[in-house]
Design a protein around this ligand. Structure first.
Ligand code: F6P
Length: 341
C-alpha cells in the first residue's frame, strides 16, 4: 500500500513526531511505502513529493517544525483544485492519505473523504481549539514557552514598577493565555471568550500597585474589550478566510497608561510559541497519534481522525471533529479569576 502524508496550516511542535511514528510503524509493521507531500495541500496539488522512508525520519523526534513543510493552501479555492488532487493521487499510486492539521486542513480532508478518497486525520494546533479531542499536540509546548516568558517578565516588571502586558496566540480561543497565565501567576488574564471591561482591568492594575507589586497581564490575541472591537494586524484574509490577529496587547498598554498613569509595555510572543523542540508531553501525544493513525489506515477505517479522550486514543469522524471550536468554559475562567487584581 502507498500512503501519503502531509502537514498543513500553522506548524506546531510535534509534527515531526507524528511523521516519524507513521513511517516507523507503517514500514516495519505493515510494509507500507510512504510518500511525503510537501507544503500542506500544495503538495498533492502540484505533485510535489519527497521520499519518506525510515532513514528520512531518523533524528527528527526532538525537532520543531515539519520536515514536510506546511502551508495554508486551500485547494477548494483553487480552480479545479479538488479534481487536480484526485488525479495526482491516482497518478502517483497513492492509496490513502494521512493528513496532519487543524480545523482548516482537516476541513479539506473531510471534503476529500466525502468524495471517496481514503483519508485519516491527525489533529494539530497550538491553539488547542479542536472540540473532538481533549488536547492537541503543540499546545503544551506553546504554554511552556509562554510560562517561561511570564516568569521572566515578573522580575523586570518589579524592577521598573511597570505594567507588563504579554500577548499570546490562540486565535479565537483563550487556552494558551489561560494556561500560561495560571502557571506563571499572571495578575490578569484576558481571553476571547469573555470580553473584558477596561474600567475593571484598570482597577485591578491600580490595586496591584497599591499592594506594592507590578502587574503582569496575559492577553490572548483574539481578546476583545466590551466597549470596542477586535484588533487585527492585517484585514486581508488567508485562503481559509482568516484575518491576522495581534495588536490588542499594544492597545491595552496604551489604554492602561491613559487610565492609570502607570507606565505600560507590551511583549508580543508571536511565533516563538510555535518554534523549537516539543515538550516531552507533546512528543508522546504526537507519537501516539501517529501510531493510531497508521493503524486506522491498516484497518481501512477511513474518514476518521484520531483523538485523545482521557488517556485513550479514539477515532472520530473527521467531519464531526471540525464541526465546532473548543473554547474556554466560563467555570474554568472563573477559577483563574481567583488571582486577578
Ligand atoms: O493556529 C495557530 C496560529 O499560530 C494562531 O495562534 C495564530 O493566530 C495563527 O496561527 C497565525 O497564523 P499564520 O501562521 O498564518 O500567521
Amino acid at each position: 500500500m502507498r500512503v501519503g502524508v502531509l502537514t498543513g496550516g500553522g506548524d506546531a511542535p510535534g509534527l515531526n513526531c507524528v511523521i516519524r511514528a507513521v513511517v516507523r510503524k507503517g514500514v516495519t509493521e505493515y510494509g507500507f511505502e510512504l510518500v511525503g507531500f510537501r507544503d500542506g495541500w500544495k503538495g498533492p496539488l502540484t505533485s510535489s513529493t519527497m521520499p519518506l522512508d525510515i532513514a528520512a525520519v531518523r533524528g527528527i523526534l526532538p525537532r520543531g517544525g515539519t520536515i514536510l513543510g506546511s502551508s495554508r493552501t486551500n485547494p477548494s479555492k483553487v480552480e479545479g483544485g479538488i479534481e487536480t488532487i484526485k488525479t495526482n493521487l491516482a497518478d502517483l499510486g497513492v492509496d490513502a492519505l494521512v493528513v496532519i492539521g487543524g480545523e482548516d486542513t482537516l476541513g479539506v480532508a473531510a471534503r476529500f473523504s466525502a468524495e471517496g478518497i481514503s483519508v485519516v486525520g491527525v489533529p494539530k494546533t497550538i491553539d488547542n481549539d479542536l472540540a473532538a479531542t481533549d488536547s492537541t499536540f503543540g499546545f503544551d509546548t506553546a504554554v511552556q514557552i509562554a510560562t517561561d516568558a511570564i516568569d521572566r517578565l515578573h522580575t523586570t516588571a518589579e524592577s521598573h514598577k511597570r505594567v507588563l502586558v504579554l500577548e499570546v496566540m490562540g486565535r479565537h480561543a483563550g487556552w494558551i493565555a489561560l494556561s500560561a497565565g495560571m502557571a506563571g501567576g499572571a495578575n490578569i488574564i484576558l481571553i476571547p471568550e469573555t470580553p473584558f471591561d477596561m474600567a475593571q482591568v484598570a482597577e485591578w492594575v491600580d490595586r496591584r500597585f497599591e499592594r506594592g507589586y507590578a502587574p503582569i497581564i496575559v492577553i490572548a490575541e483574539g481578546a476583545v474589550p466590551k466597549q470596542g472591537e477586535m484588533v487585527i494586524k492585517d484585514a486581508s484574509k488567508d485562503a481559509f478566510g482568516h484575518v491576522r490577529l495581534s495588536g490588542i496587547g499594544d492597545w491595552l498598554a496604551r489604554e492602561l497608561e491613559e487610565r492609570t498613569g502607570h507606565e505600560a509595555r507590551t511583549t508580543v510572543l508571536g511565533y516563538v510559541q510555535r518554534g523549537g523542540t516539543p515538550t516531552s508531553r507533546d512528543r508522546v501525544l504526537a507519537t501516539r497519534f501517529g501510531i493510531h493513525a497508521v493503524d486506522a489506515v491498516h484497518e481501512g477505517d477511513f474518514g476518521k481522525m484520531v483523538a485523545l479522550r482521557g488517556t485513550d486514543i479514539v477515532r472520530v469522524p473527521i467531519a464531526d471533529a471540525i464541526a465546532e471550536l473548543k473554547t474556554v468554559p466560563p467555570e474554568l475562567y472563573a477559577e483563574a479569576a481567583t488571582f486577578f487584581g
